[in-house]
Design a protein around this ligand. Structure first.
Ligand SMILES: NC(=O)c1ccc[n+]([C@@H]2O[C@H](COP(=O)([O-])OP(=O)(O)OC[C@H]3O[C@@H](n4cnc5c(N)ncnc54)[C@H](O)[C@@H]3O)[C@@H](O)[C@H]2O)c1
Length: 372
C-alpha cells in the first residue's frame, strides 16, 4: 500500500464495489453511453480502485465528464483497424472511451498473437486508457505475455532528467507474465516518481507526498502536491530520483516514441500541447504466445526465481517481499471484503460530475448518500 492509498483508506467511508460499479454505470448511461460502454468503464474504474490505484479509479470521473462536455471524449465509439499487416496492427481509438477502444484493441491483438505467436498493436488517439495493468491482465487471461509502452500525448507533467519544467507525460510501462492456475506477474507503473493522480488524491486530502517526487516552479524539491494543481506549477520528477532518474526518464522517452510515434499517433512537443480536459493515450502493446517458444520450463523457471528472491532476509521494518502484481492482488482481496474507501472531497466531485453528465439531482443525491 503506498502513502496516498494508505491515507485514503484511513480517512474515508467505504463503499461496496457492487454499489460503486452500479453508480458509475448509471452516470455513464445518463451521459449517453450504451449499456456495454457504461459497464466497461465501470469495470475498469472500480477494478483500479480494488487494485489500490485510487489515482486511476472512480476519481477520474470528473475529468472524463469535463472532457465530454468540451466535446473531446466521444461516446459509443469503437476501435478502428487502420492498417493490418498480419503480426502488426495499427488501431485508431478516435478519442473514444479508452476503456472500450483499448479492450477492443487487445481483443484483436490477442486473437492474432494466438494464431501467429506474436502481435504488435499500435493503438493511437484513445481517450484515457486508465490502469495499463488492466490491459496486460486481459492478455494474461488469454495465456499471453505482454509488454506495453504508453504515452500521455501532449500532456507534459514530468521534468526530464536534469531539467526543471514539465516536458513529458507520466508515460506508463507495463509487462505481464501469465501462469497456469496462478495469478500472472504484472509490473505496471508510471515512469514519473509517483502517478499524477496520486498528487490529486493527496491534494484532495490535504496531505503531502513523499520526498523526491516533486519540484516547484523554480526547480526546488517540494512535498506539497499543490504545485501540480495550482499556479505557479511545478513538475513531477522521473522514477529513480537523483540517483538514477536517467533510467525513469529514458524509459519515459521510449514510451513516448513507441507509444506516440510508432502507433501513428503523436508525441508531446510545442505543437501538440493539450489545452482541454482530455487525456489522450497512445500505446504500443507487444503480445506474445509463450507456447511459441521452445521453453516448456518457462513457468517453472519463473516460479523458481520468484521463490528465490522472496527468500531474501528482509530489511528492518519490511513485512514481506512481493512479486510484481502481488500488492494489487492483496489490496483487491481486502477491498472486495471491506469496500473501497473514497475520500469525501472526491465523493463530492463525483456527485457534481454525475449531475453535470445528466443524472437528475435527486438520483445523484440518493447514490451519494448510499455510503455503506
Ligand atoms: N493511462 C495513463 O495515462 C497512465 C499514466 C500514468 C500511470 N498510469 C497508471 O497508474 C497506475 C499507478 O502507477 P504508479 O506508478 O503509481 O504505480 P506504483 O508506484 O504503485 O507501482 C506499481 C507497480 O509496482 C509493484 N509494486 C508496488 N509495491 C511493490 C513492492 N513493495 N514490492 C514489489 N513490487 C511492488 C506493483 O505490483 C506494480 O507492478 C498504474 O496502473 C499505471 O498504469 C496510467
Amino acid at each position: 500500500m503506498n502513502d496516498a492509498t494508505r491515507a485514503t483508506a484511513a480517512a474515508s467511508p467505504r463503499i461496496s464495489p457492487d454499489r460503486l460499479h452500479a453508480y458509475v454505470r448509471a452516470i455513464w448511461e445518463h451521459a449517453g453511453s450504451a449499456a456495454q460502454e457504461a459497464r466497461l468503464v465501470a469495470d475498469h474504474l472500480v477494478a483500479a480502485n480494488l487494485a489500490g490505484h485510487d489515482s486511476h479509479g472512480v476519481g477520474m470521473i470528473p475529468r472524463y465528464v469535463a472532457s465530454l462536455r468540451e466535446g473531446e471524449l466521444k461516446l459509443n465509439l469503437h476501435a478502428q483497424v487502420v492498417r493490418d499487416v498480419g503480426a502488426v496492427l495499427t488501431i485508431d481509438g478516435g478519442r473514444g472511451f479508452g476503456q472500450v477502444v483499448a479492450a477492443e484493441a487487445m481483443e484483436r491483438g490477442i486473437e492474432r498473437a494466438a494464431k501467429l505467436g506474436v502481435c504488435a498493436v499500435g493503438l493511437r488517439n484513445a481517450h484515457h486508457i486508465g490502469r495499463i495493468g488492466h490491459w496486460a491482465e486481459q492478455c494474461a487471461q488469454a495465456g499471453l505475455v505482454s509488454f506495453h509502452f504508453a504515452n500521455v500525448a501532449g500532456d507534459p507533467l514530468v521534468a526530464p532528467f536534469g531539467g526543471i519544467d514539465r516536458r513529458i507525460g507520466t508515460n506508463p510501462f507495463c509487462a505481464a507474465f501469465p501462469r497456469t492456475g496462478k495469478p500472472p506477474l504484472v509490473l505496471d507503473f508510471a515512469t514519473s516518481a509517483i502517478a499524477y493522480g496520486k498528487t490529486r488524491v493527496a491534494y484532495n486530502q490535504g496531505k503531502r507526498v513523499p520526498g523526491g517526487a516533486l519540484i516547484d516552479h523554480a526547480g526546488q524539491p517540494t512535498v506539497e502536491p499543490k504545485v501540480m494543481h495550482e499556479a505557479p506549477f511545478g513538475a513531477l520528477m522521473p522514477t529513480g530520483g537523483e540517483a538514477s532518474g536517467h533510467k525513469g526518464y529514458g524509459l519515459a522517452a521510449m514510451c513516448e516514441i513507441f507509444g506516440g510515434a510508432l502507433s501513428g499517433g503523436y508525441t508531446t512537443h510545442a505543437d501538440t500541447l493539450e489545452k482541454t480536459s482530455a487525456i489522450v493515450n497512445c500505446m504500443l502493446s507487444v503480445i506474445v504466445d509463450p507456447n511459441a517458444f521452445d521453453a516448456g520450463n518457462a513457468e517453472a523457471e519463473a516460479d523458481a526465481f520468484i521463490e528465490w528472491v522472496k527468500a531474501s532476509p528482509r530489511a528492518a521494518g519490511v513485512e514481506r517481499i512481493y512479486a510484481p502484481g502481488e500488492p494489487e492482488r492483496e489490496m483487491r482481496a481486502q477491498r472486495e471484503a471491506h469496500g473501497v474507501p473514497v475520500d469525501p472531497a472526491t465523493w463530492q466531485q463525483i456527485h457534481d460530475a454525475a449531475v453535470s453528465a445528466g443524472m437528475p439531482a435527486d438520483e445523484a443525491r440518493r447514490w451519494a448518500a448510499g455510503v455503506d
